[in-house]
Design a protein around this ligand. Structure first.
Ligand code: SF4
Length: 73
């Protein structure tokens, strides 16, 4: 699924993580630039998921950086 080569902006890093939105815990590559999430996609070398994530996993960076997100409950 996510086998295309990464073209990173200068200074960007790929950090490996996983999605915690459900029990599947999909394996993620998170592109971070200046401590800001630029993009998220599935980690292509995972033998189980083979780069798969659902939409919820790929939008976690958008949710994290939304100024309207719930900070306290
Ligand atoms: S990417 Fe989707 S399927 Fe994978 S852990 Fe997150 S919510 Fe679950």
């Amino acid at each position: 699924m996510s086998k295309e080569p990464n073209v990173l902006k200068q200074g960007a890093q790929v950090r490996r993580s996983y999605c915690r939105a459900c029990y599947n815990a999909c394996d993620l590559d998170v592109v971070v630039l200046n401590e800001h999430v630029e993009s998220i996609k599935g980690h292509g070398d995972n033998a189980v998921y083979d780069g798969y994530t659902c939409l919820k996993g790929r939008v976690q960076g958008v949710l994290l950086q939304d100024p309207r997100r719930l900070l306290n409950s």
